[in-house]
Design a protein around this ligand. Structure first.
Ligand code: 4NP
Length: 163
C-alpha cells in the first residue's frame, strides 16, 4: 500500500457481502461524507462467496444500521473478483478467513500489498483481529458488529483525511 492519504478507492470484503462488509461500506461513506465531504473516493464491498449475489443486505443488519442513522438498503451483494486487485488501492478483509481467501487469488506482490485486516485500523487494543460473523446469531451480535465497525471506520476516516 502507498501512503494511506493517497488511497482513493477502498473495498470492504466479508464472506456473504450481506452483513459485515456492506455495513462497513455504508458507515464509511456516511462518516467520510460528514468529515470530508469534498473527498471523492470509490467505495464498495464484496463477498468471497457467491450465495447472496444480487441480494440486499440482511434485514437484521439493515435495521441495526438504520437505528444508528445509516441506511444500507440500496446496496446489493456481489462476489469479490481478481479484477478488484487492479480496481482498488486498499482491500480490507473483515476476518482472517476472508483475508486468506482474498490472498489465495493472487501471487502478485503489488496485489497482495493492498490487502489487510479491517481491524488493523481499530483504535486501542482490539480483543480480536476478526469482525465476528453475526449471521447465525442474535441481535446482540449485530449490535456488536456495528460498534466495532463504527469505531474502526472513524479511525480509518481520520487517517485518510489527516484529521
Ligand atoms: P457476512 O455474513 O459475511 O458478514 O455477509 C454472512 C452472510 C451469509 C453467510 C455467512 C456469513 N452464509 O453462510 O450464507
Amino acid at each position: 500500500m502507498r501512503e494511506i492519504r493517497d488511497v482513493n478507492s477502498i473495498l470492504f470484503v466479508c464472506l456473504g457481502n450481506i452483513c459485515r462488509s456492506p455495513l462497513a461500506e455504508g458507515v464509511f461513506r456516511h462518516r467520510l461524507g460528514q468529515e470530508a465531504p469534498e473527498r471523492q473516493m470509490i467505495i464498495d464491498s464484496a463477498g468471497t462467496g457467491d450465495w447472496h449475489v444480487g441480494e440486499p443486505p440482511d434485514q437484521r443488519m439493515r435495521n441495526t444500521s438504520l437505528e444508528n442513522g445509516v441506511s444500507i438498503d440500496n446496496l446489493r451483494a456481489r462476489q469479490f473478483s481478481r479484477a478488484d486487485f487492479d480496481d482498488y488501492d486498499l482491500i480490507l478483509a473483515m476476518d482472517r478467513n476472508n483475508l486468506r481467501d482474498i490472498l489465495s487469488q493472487s501471487s502478485k506482490k503489488s496485489a497482495r500489498q493492498k490487502v489487510m485486516l479491517f481491524r488493523n485500523w481499530e483504535p486501542g487494543q482490539p480483543d480480536s483481529l476478526d469482525v465476528p460473523d453475526p449471521y447465525f446469531g442474535g441481535q446482540q451480535g449485530f449490535d456488536e458488529v456495528f460498534d466495532i465497525v463504527d469505531r474502526t471506520v472513524q479511525r480509518l476516516v481520520a487517517e485518510l483525511t489527516g484529521s
